[in-house]
Design a protein around this ligand. Structure first.
Ligand SMILES: [Zn+2]
Length: 215
Protein backbone atom coordinates (compact mmCIF):
# COMPACT_ATOMS: atom_id res chain seq x y z
CA UNK A 1 0.00 0.00 0.00
CA UNK A 2 1.28 3.45 -0.92
CA UNK A 3 -0.54 6.46 0.35
CA UNK A 4 0.14 10.17 0.22
CA UNK A 5 -0.67 12.57 3.04
CA UNK A 6 -1.32 16.16 1.97
CA UNK A 7 -2.06 18.83 4.53
CA UNK A 8 -1.09 22.30 5.66
CA UNK A 9 1.14 22.78 8.70
CA UNK A 10 -1.05 22.12 11.74
CA UNK A 11 -3.55 19.95 9.81
CA UNK A 12 -2.74 16.93 11.99
CA UNK A 13 -1.11 14.77 9.34
CA UNK A 14 2.02 14.29 11.45
CA UNK A 15 -0.07 12.85 14.28
CA UNK A 16 -1.83 10.47 11.89
CA UNK A 17 1.46 9.37 10.31
CA UNK A 18 2.74 8.36 13.72
CA UNK A 19 -0.45 6.34 14.34
CA UNK A 20 -0.05 4.40 11.09
CA UNK A 21 3.63 3.80 11.76
CA UNK A 22 2.96 2.57 15.32
CA UNK A 23 -0.19 0.53 14.70
CA UNK A 24 0.23 -0.78 11.16
CA UNK A 25 3.98 -0.78 10.62
CA UNK A 26 3.93 1.82 7.87
CA UNK A 27 7.15 3.61 7.03
CA UNK A 28 7.18 7.28 6.18
CA UNK A 29 8.96 8.84 3.28
CA UNK A 30 9.90 12.39 4.14
CA UNK A 31 11.80 14.23 1.45
CA UNK A 32 13.63 16.30 4.08
CA UNK A 33 14.96 13.12 5.71
CA UNK A 34 15.83 11.58 2.33
CA UNK A 35 17.86 14.63 1.34
CA UNK A 36 19.67 14.83 4.67
CA UNK A 37 20.40 11.10 4.55
CA UNK A 38 21.75 11.21 0.98
CA UNK A 39 23.97 14.19 1.78
CA UNK A 40 25.37 12.57 4.92
CA UNK A 41 26.09 9.32 3.03
CA UNK A 42 27.64 11.32 0.20
CA UNK A 43 25.77 9.31 -2.47
CA UNK A 44 25.87 10.60 -6.07
CA UNK A 45 22.38 12.06 -5.76
CA UNK A 46 23.27 13.52 -2.36
CA UNK A 47 26.30 15.30 -3.79
CA UNK A 48 24.23 16.68 -6.67
CA UNK A 49 21.48 17.81 -4.30
CA UNK A 50 23.95 19.49 -1.97
CA UNK A 51 25.35 21.53 -4.86
CA UNK A 52 21.94 23.03 -5.53
CA UNK A 53 21.19 23.61 -1.87
CA UNK A 54 24.55 25.29 -1.25
CA UNK A 55 23.63 27.78 -3.97
CA UNK A 56 20.31 28.40 -2.29
CA UNK A 57 18.47 26.70 -5.15
CA UNK A 58 15.63 24.19 -5.06
CA UNK A 59 16.68 20.61 -5.65
CA UNK A 60 15.45 19.71 -9.18
CA UNK A 61 12.68 17.16 -9.67
CA UNK A 62 14.95 14.58 -11.34
CA UNK A 63 17.11 14.37 -8.23
CA UNK A 64 14.13 14.20 -5.86
CA UNK A 65 12.51 11.52 -8.02
CA UNK A 66 15.76 9.54 -8.00
CA UNK A 67 15.90 9.67 -4.20
CA UNK A 68 12.25 8.70 -3.88
CA UNK A 69 12.75 5.80 -6.30
CA UNK A 70 15.71 4.44 -4.33
CA UNK A 71 13.75 4.70 -1.10
CA UNK A 72 10.63 2.99 -2.45
CA UNK A 73 12.77 0.21 -3.93
CA UNK A 74 14.47 -0.34 -0.57
CA UNK A 75 11.07 -0.45 1.20
CA UNK A 76 9.18 -2.41 -1.46
CA UNK A 77 7.84 -4.89 1.11
CA UNK A 78 6.35 -2.21 3.30
CA UNK A 79 3.37 0.11 3.25
CA UNK A 80 4.58 3.65 2.75
CA UNK A 81 3.20 7.07 3.62
CA UNK A 82 4.59 9.78 1.38
CA UNK A 83 4.68 13.11 3.18
CA UNK A 84 5.79 16.31 1.48
CA UNK A 85 6.06 14.61 -1.90
CA UNK A 86 4.89 15.09 -4.62
CA UNK A 87 4.63 18.85 -4.37
CA UNK A 88 3.98 19.59 -8.04
CA UNK A 89 2.04 17.99 -10.89
CA UNK A 90 5.33 17.24 -12.65
CA UNK A 91 6.49 15.29 -9.60
CA UNK A 92 3.13 13.53 -9.33
CA UNK A 93 3.33 12.43 -12.97
CA UNK A 94 6.91 11.19 -12.60
CA UNK A 95 5.93 9.30 -9.47
CA UNK A 96 3.03 7.62 -11.29
CA UNK A 97 5.31 6.60 -14.17
CA UNK A 98 7.96 5.27 -11.82
CA UNK A 99 5.45 3.19 -9.84
CA UNK A 100 3.76 1.95 -13.00
CA UNK A 101 7.06 0.56 -14.30
CA UNK A 102 7.10 -1.60 -11.13
CA UNK A 103 3.45 -2.59 -11.57
CA UNK A 104 2.70 -0.46 -8.53
CA UNK A 105 0.53 2.60 -7.86
CA UNK A 106 -0.59 5.21 -5.35
CA UNK A 107 -3.56 3.62 -3.59
CA UNK A 108 -4.95 6.67 -1.87
CA UNK A 109 -4.22 10.34 -1.37
CA UNK A 110 -5.45 11.65 1.96
CA UNK A 111 -6.03 15.39 1.96
CA UNK A 112 -6.34 16.88 5.46
CA UNK A 113 -8.65 19.84 4.99
CA UNK A 114 -8.44 22.65 7.47
CA UNK A 115 -10.46 25.65 8.49
CA UNK A 116 -7.93 28.51 8.32
CA UNK A 117 -9.58 30.53 11.07
CA UNK A 118 -9.65 27.66 13.55
CA UNK A 119 -6.12 26.64 12.64
CA UNK A 120 -4.76 30.17 13.11
CA UNK A 121 -6.45 30.31 16.51
CA UNK A 122 -4.97 26.96 17.52
CA UNK A 123 -1.46 27.78 16.42
CA UNK A 124 -1.28 31.39 17.61
CA UNK A 125 -2.43 30.28 21.08
CA UNK A 126 0.53 27.93 21.38
CA UNK A 127 3.27 28.71 23.90
CA UNK A 128 6.51 26.81 24.29
CA UNK A 129 8.90 26.45 27.19
CA UNK A 130 12.31 27.78 26.15
CA UNK A 131 13.96 25.33 28.53
CA UNK A 132 12.22 21.93 28.19
CA UNK A 133 10.07 22.50 25.03
CA UNK A 134 6.83 21.62 26.82
CA UNK A 135 3.91 23.00 24.79
CA UNK A 136 1.06 25.00 26.33
CA UNK A 137 -1.99 26.69 24.86
CA UNK A 138 -3.54 29.89 26.19
CA UNK A 139 -7.04 28.42 25.89
CA UNK A 140 -6.83 24.65 25.99
CA UNK A 141 -3.74 24.09 28.14
CA UNK A 142 -2.70 27.18 30.10
CA UNK A 143 0.11 26.87 32.63
CA UNK A 144 -0.55 27.52 36.32
CA UNK A 145 1.33 30.82 36.19
CA UNK A 146 1.48 32.92 33.04
CA UNK A 147 4.84 32.75 31.25
CA UNK A 148 6.27 30.09 33.56
CA UNK A 149 6.63 26.38 32.78
CA UNK A 150 4.78 24.07 35.22
CA UNK A 151 7.32 21.33 34.64
CA UNK A 152 10.65 23.07 34.94
CA UNK A 153 9.99 26.70 35.87
CA UNK A 154 11.48 27.84 32.55
CA UNK A 155 10.24 30.78 30.51
CA UNK A 156 7.19 30.08 28.33
CA UNK A 157 6.98 32.11 25.12
CA UNK A 158 5.32 32.24 21.72
CA UNK A 159 7.70 30.88 19.11
CA UNK A 160 8.28 33.15 16.08
CA UNK A 161 6.73 30.44 13.81
CA UNK A 162 3.51 30.60 15.82
CA UNK A 163 2.90 34.29 15.21
CA UNK A 164 -0.23 35.06 13.23
CA UNK A 165 1.33 36.74 10.17
CA UNK A 166 3.84 33.89 9.78
CA UNK A 167 1.09 31.26 9.96
CA UNK A 168 -1.21 33.10 7.55
CA UNK A 169 1.66 33.38 5.08
CA UNK A 170 2.53 29.66 5.43
CA UNK A 171 -1.09 28.67 4.81
CA UNK A 172 -1.29 30.92 1.73
CA UNK A 173 1.92 29.37 0.36
CA UNK A 174 0.59 25.88 0.99
CA UNK A 175 -2.65 26.67 -0.82
CA UNK A 176 -0.84 28.13 -3.80
CA UNK A 177 1.73 25.35 -4.13
CA UNK A 178 -0.42 22.33 -3.39
CA UNK A 179 -3.75 23.25 -4.99
CA UNK A 180 -2.86 21.93 -8.47
CA UNK A 181 -1.48 18.63 -7.08
CA UNK A 182 -4.71 18.08 -5.14
CA UNK A 183 -6.69 18.64 -8.34
CA UNK A 184 -4.44 16.16 -10.17
CA UNK A 185 -5.36 13.40 -7.71
CA UNK A 186 -9.00 14.44 -7.67
CA UNK A 187 -9.24 13.75 -11.40
CA UNK A 188 -7.43 10.43 -10.86
CA UNK A 189 -10.10 9.55 -8.31
CA UNK A 190 -7.57 8.57 -5.66
CA UNK A 191 -8.27 11.62 -3.48
CA UNK A 192 -9.90 11.19 -0.08
CA UNK A 193 -10.72 14.45 1.66
CA UNK A 194 -10.92 14.48 5.41
CA UNK A 195 -11.85 17.20 7.88
CA UNK A 196 -8.54 17.61 9.70
CA UNK A 197 -10.14 19.79 12.37
CA UNK A 198 -11.91 16.80 13.92
CA UNK A 199 -10.54 14.93 16.92
CA UNK A 200 -7.45 12.86 15.95
CA UNK A 201 -9.17 9.58 16.95
CA UNK A 202 -12.03 10.30 14.53
CA UNK A 203 -9.65 11.31 11.74
CA UNK A 204 -7.75 8.05 12.28
CA UNK A 205 -10.92 5.94 12.02
CA UNK A 206 -12.01 7.70 8.84
CA UNK A 207 -8.64 7.22 7.17
CA UNK A 208 -8.65 3.54 8.16
CA UNK A 209 -12.07 3.13 6.63
CA UNK A 210 -11.01 4.84 3.40
CA UNK A 211 -8.10 2.39 3.13
CA UNK A 212 -10.28 -0.61 3.82
CA UNK A 213 -8.47 -1.39 7.08
CA UNK A 214 -11.02 -3.18 9.22
CA UNK A 215 -9.12 -3.58 12.48
ZN1 LIG B 1 9.77 23.70 30.84
Amino acid sequence: MKIIFIGAPGSGKGTQSREFIDKYGYVQLSTGDLLRGAIIQGSDLGILAKNFMDQGKLVPDEIMIGLVKNYLTSQSEKSVILDGFPRTIAQAESLDLMLKSNADQIDKVIYFKINPQILVERLTGRRTCTNCSEIYHIKTKPGKASGVCDKCGGQVVQRPDDKEDVIVERLAQFEKNTGPTIEYYRTKKTLFEIDGMQRPSIVFEEIKKSLGLLI
